[in-house]
Design a binder for this molecule. Structure first.
Ligand code: ADP
Ligand code: MG
Length: 218
């Protein structure tokens, strides 16, 4: 079978950002409720404001930008519009993802895997959180691992993305019994135990949104 003319399934970055904005807006109340329990109650507002601004920034750009450029614009927009920790963290994540994707014309499985690996590295570098610290890393790390493993095993992108979203969701739920060791929630010490981390929860929404932004190949 010739694969020379085959176009792989890929992620439409603008569509991904729209799907994230819709999801965080719909879940803003829940995210704020989670952040009220172990933080300052602004996570739903932060994420909604940030991703709305991302969509405005992308809509204002000329069409035809490659996915890497769109991700960099999205990341810069988050850094400049979100005051909370999640702004610089997701902003860095998306900028790093964009740089890793480079000039690739499509965000196919390999580009997405490289992008999300770089995103995770950027978050860890900036926030210094490790798995088990009760942060967004507890959702992002298993998602990146699942995506890479599934693609390596030969799965198509939609199945790999679904596995990544499931791993992120499981990772977010795994934060409930953890004691926070990074971010605002760490100030609570043992009182942070028993609550799901808001940033891990929104990270699961961001990964789930990928499946609504797939452009079929042929
Ligand atoms: P803030 O804590 O400044 O109010 P947000 O409420 O928007 O910011 O985001 C809080 C989330 O940010 C936390 O639930 C956690 O997942 C994430 N977070 C905070 N600090 C770190 C860190 N050092 N590394 C990774 N994630 C972090
Ligand atoms: Mg907060």
């Amino acid at each position: 079978m010739s694969t020379e003319t085959t176009v792989a399934t890929a992620v439409d970055v603008s569509e991904w950002m729209r799907a994230i904005a819709a999801a965080v807006e719909e879940e803003a109340g829940h995210l704020t409720q989670l952040d009220s329990a172990i933080g300052d109650g602004d996570h739903g507002v932060n994420m909604t404001r940030g991703f709305r601004a991302v969509n405005e920034a992308l809509a204002a750009q000329d069409g035809g930008q490659p996915p890497g450029k769109l991700l960099i614009t999205a990341g810069k927009t988050l850094v400049s519009t979100v005051g909370g920790a999640s702004g610089p963290l997701w902003g860095t994540a998306l900028r790093r993802a964009g740089r890793a994707v480079g000039d690739a014309p499509r965000l196919d499985g390999a580009a997405l895997a490289a992008g999300l690996e770089a995103a995770l590295a950027g978050v860890v570098e900036l926030g210094a959180a490790e798995a088990g610290d009760k942060t967004m890393v507890d959702a992002l790390e298993p998602a990146v691992r699942a995506l890479g493993e599934r693609l390596e095993a030969g799965d198509e992108l939609p199945a790999a993305v679904e596995a990544a979203a499931a791993a992120a969701d499981e990772g977010a739920r795994s934060t409930v019994p953890m004691q926070a060791r990074k971010g605002r929630a760490s100030y609570l010490g043992e009182r942070s135990i028993g609550h799901q981390d808001p940033g891990a929860t929104s990270t699961a929404l961001i990964l789930a949104a990928l499946s609504r932004a797939l452009i079929p190949g042929d």
